[in-house]
Design a protein around this ligand. Sequence first.
Ligand code: FMN
Length: 341
Amino acid sequence: MDLSTRYLGLTLKHPVIASSSPLSETLEGIKLLEDSGASAVVMFSLFEEQIRYENEAFDYLLDSGCDSFAESLNYFPHIDRSPKEPDHYLKLVSKAVEATDIPIIGSLNGVTSEGWIDYARQIQDAGAHALELNIFFIPTDIDMLPSDVEQRYFDILQAVKSSVSIPVAIKLSPFFSSIGNMAKRLDEAGADGLVLFNRFYQPDIDLDRLQVDSRASLSTPEEIRLPLLWIAVLYGRIEASLAASRGVHSAKEIVKYLLAGADVVTVASALMKHGPQHLQTLVNDLEQWLSARNYHSLDEVRGVMSRLNATNPEAFERVNYIKILESFDNTLAGGNYAATP
Ligand SMILES: Cc1cc2nc3c(=O)[nH]c(=O)nc-3n(C[C@H](O)[C@H](O)[C@H](O)COP(=O)(O)O)c2cc1C
């Protein structure tokens, strides 16, 4: 069975990548991910805030009314503000590249295009095979125009692309008014890959303590539906590689993402839940699913259920939504209330 795939111009032995998570925070963790079968590892993120703590510019930004920084410090209270952090990150990238035989993808998480982008080049110099940019921007300023929010993505991409030669993927938010157009323009602007989607911080409220509950939660398989839709819509229409990120807990989700058109899937929550060894189960089960149906390579399944190739492309359109509502069966969906005619 040929499970090999191409992602960001790299050849991977299979499509299951370890997503950015605390599992890659140590060299031992990264080696365990490789030993457990990851075809590539996306490192945990180096945050713009961590870099800024090292630079005097940080104080200036806090003072200049750029709320997103102050807010994001609350989103990531675990950030170690030690000035050594960026340096430690670069050393870890370098050691990981030396100690493993799989691609190591650095990860930068930020929201502006100035003052920290230099770390993209430093991550490249440390030996990373590619870079993932997680632009974790939450525009809580309601006067900010959508075009300004979008422009941040292009400014960051352009600044990074002009300073590195390794491939660059963008981990994208689903919260754009035209996500397809955003993906198309990022592709045209030189993104080598799009990771769909970033799992955004969404706080809850603790009713007992009347406090904002900002704990991170793990994903569930149901969360594949949004990335699945957009991967199916984008497949065959942009040059950039497509990585599915969200909700992969078993081989079923992997197969669905491949059928929609993903080049790779990335996994974090399932590995946090079951341990890195779960990677091997995922790959074995994927292989079994394919051989049981007489497939010999991923190319035979990739994109078969995309909007471009599906026998009923309207399944991805609004008209289908209306049909679903008309034929909705509450009992089949798990409810037990039947309205009397
Ligand atoms: C505990 C935890 C830490 C994470 N840290 C990062 C991070 O540092 N950078 C990043 O881009 N994504 C991070 N993520 C997001 C994951 O890489 C992934 O995109 C997201 O969880 C969806 O995939 P999943 O359903 O397999 O978890 C983290 C996720 C979890 C659960």
